[in-house]
Design a protein around this ligand. Structure first.
Ligand SMILES: Nc1ncnc2c1ncn2[C@@H]1O[C@H](COP(=O)(O)OP(=O)(O)OP(=O)(O)O)[C@@H](O)[C@H]1O
Ligand SMILES: [Mg+2]
Length: 505
């Protein structure tokens, strides 16, 4: 074959197949990545996206198929090997060493040396330059364990940029970045693009496909369905390619029948100062939405009610009793469920089975009951039924959570909420990393909870989610509640109006 620098793709994948016990995660996948393009991988949870890029980044060896880099077949034996070839990947799952500093992590396995010694000064300078070019506000000497999830994500991204790359792979990199950080990431991606690198980009967000995607390859059940032009393909078409069906209604219609007050917050200020003088209430039989930018305090507000964040002043009244400063364990016992946004760090034990994870909140309760299906007392049945209700894929409850795709891990987190008779369900970013089909299932599940008489709070950065699910919504800005919207008032315009500071003329 003649190598033609203009036309030939930088990366050519043919017939790539990879199986795990019982599942063919990749089934004869073909893919061409051109120099200078952002190529989006799109597909349902479990479609094989992460497996594909792990294979391209040297993590997994393919069972069959070939990978050509600039016209030459390569075998990638390790991540290091792939990086030597100019392929760099930022994974969904973080690989940082918590005890080390940012700069140590950035150059781990790739240390800058001066003679036989580590060149710390050079490392710090390079780390600083790297972070500055990305406009990530991080000091290189900070220990990774002191960072928030968003900050860790920034370090992980910076790692991907540390060496000369010709193929950059990003797996849902913006899942916990703010708009501004996302913008600087995109700016860097564009720079790299202009230099002729190829970028493989995984996302579930349509808006991102529009913003930086050139072409989109859709995967379903490990197979490549089609590669299409990002600019000329509609959202409906992408969803149809992805799911094989037409989803006409993503959001369910919900019957609200608000009843007794379940949670009341009066003038709450947290010790961190991230929430100031906030008041709100939540009733049985309704869904209350909390909207606001990352850092607006919308998460901290409910975390403080649940006992995770300290309260400086104000009152939290749950089911008629003041509960300021109670521990999460106590709050669970009282019937308060909190599903955190970061399923890895707080929500799930990755190496334990689905069954163990699902039943964790129920431990210590003699009998659990909910609906009719938890009376048998048989753990396995319980876990299996919950997994079925949320359509866990594959429905193998004895498998460790780490072996499930991102969206299915999210379902396990949600299933945990069903093991006790909770009165209030708080879900913080319930659909992060979840595909459209699964999202529809999760929304239906939230609607059912509410219709069964529970009080539900949805905290979300995804605006349509708040607009379509809430009976009432609160909008936060810099730690304060700026608006309380009811029913028809919950429009995009009204919510956005309070998202940002308005200049008063
Ligand atoms: N280590 C593993 N052991 C067994 N099965 C696995 C493993 N990793 C992935 N799988 C399976 O391979 C299939 C593809 O998973 P993959 O993580 O590639 O999906 P994905 O497209 O990235 O999904 P998501 O959007 O949810 O991240 C799934 O059925 C998953 O359960
Ligand atoms: Mg994935």
């Amino acid at each position: 074959m003649v190598w033609n620098g203009e036309e030939a793709p930088i990366l050519r994948v043919r017939g790539l197949t990879r199986t795990f016990p019982g599942v063919r995660a990749l089934d004869r996948v073909d893919l061409d990545l051109r120099a200078g393009e952002v190529h989006v991988l799109f597909g349902e949870n479990g479609a094989g996206k992460s497996t594909l890029i792990a294979t391209l980044a040297g993590v997994h060896a393919p069972d069959e198929g070939s990978i050509e880099l600039r016209g030459e077949e390569v075998r990638l034996h390790s991540v290091h090997d792939a990086r030597e070839h100019g392929i760099s990947a930022v994974f969904q799952e973080f690989s940082l060493v918590e005890e080390l500093t940012i700069e140590e992590n950035l150059f781990l396995g790739n240390e800058l040396k001066r003679g036989p010694f580590l060149d710390r000064k050079a490392a710090r300078r390079r780390a600083r330059e790297l972070l500055e070019s990305l406009e990530f506000p991080l000091r290189p000497e900070r220990k990774v364990k002191t960072l928030t999830r968003a900050e860790k994500q920034m370090v992980e991204i910076a790692k991907g940029f540390r060496s000369r790359v010709s193929v950059l792979i990003l797996d849902e990199p913006t899942a916990s970045l703010t708009e501004r950080e996302t913008e600087s990431l995109f700016a860097l991606v564009r720079k790299l693009q202009a230099k002729g690198a190829g970028i493989l980009y995984i996302t579930h967000r349509m808006a991102e496909i529009r913003e930086i995607g050139d072409r989109v390859t859709v995967l379903r059940d490990g197979r490549k369905i089609e590669t299409v032009d990002a600019g000329s393909t509609s959202e409906e078409e992408l969803v149809r390619l992805m799911t094989g069906r037409v989803i006409d209604q993503i959001f369910p219609s919900i019957e609200f029948s608000p009843g007794a007050e379940v949670l009341r917050v009066e003038g709450l200020t947290t010790r961190s100062g991230h929430v100031r003088d906030a008041s709100l209430e939540v009733h049985a039989g309704e869904i209350v939405g909390l909207a606001g930018l990352v850092g607006s305090g919308k998460s901290e507000l409910l975390r403080a009610c649940y006992g995770l964040d300290g309260i400086a002043s104000g009152r939290v009244v749950f089911l008629g009793e003041e509960v300021n400063g109670q521990s999460p364990r106590r709050m669970i016992r009282r019937g308060f469920f909190y599903g955190p946004p970061d399923r890895r760090a707080e929500g799930l034990l990755m190496n334990r089975s689905v069954r163990e994870n699902i039943l964790l909140p129920a431990i210590g309760t003699a009998a659990y009951r909910r609906g009719g299906f938890l009376r048998t007392g048989k753990e396995r049945d319980t876990a299996a039924e919950l997994a079925a209700r949320l359509q866990l894929q594959p429905p193998r409850i004895e498998r460790p959570v780490s072996q499930f795709s991102g969206g299915n891990q999210q379902k396990v987190l949600l299933a945990k909420s069903l093991t006790r008779d909770f009165r209030l369900f708080v879900f913080d970013e319930p659909t992060v990393g979840v595909d459209v089909g699964t999202r529809t299932e999760i929304y239906r599940f939230l609607a059912e909870l509410c219709e069964e008489g529970a009080a539900v709070v949805v905290i979300s950065s995804d605006l349509p989610e708040v607009l379509h699910l809430s009976r009432r919504a609160y909008v936060l800005y810099r730690g304060e509640i700026k608006a309380h919207l009811v029913g028809e008032e919950i429009t995009q315009e009204n919510v956005l109006q309070h998202f940002f500071e308005r200049e008063v003329a």
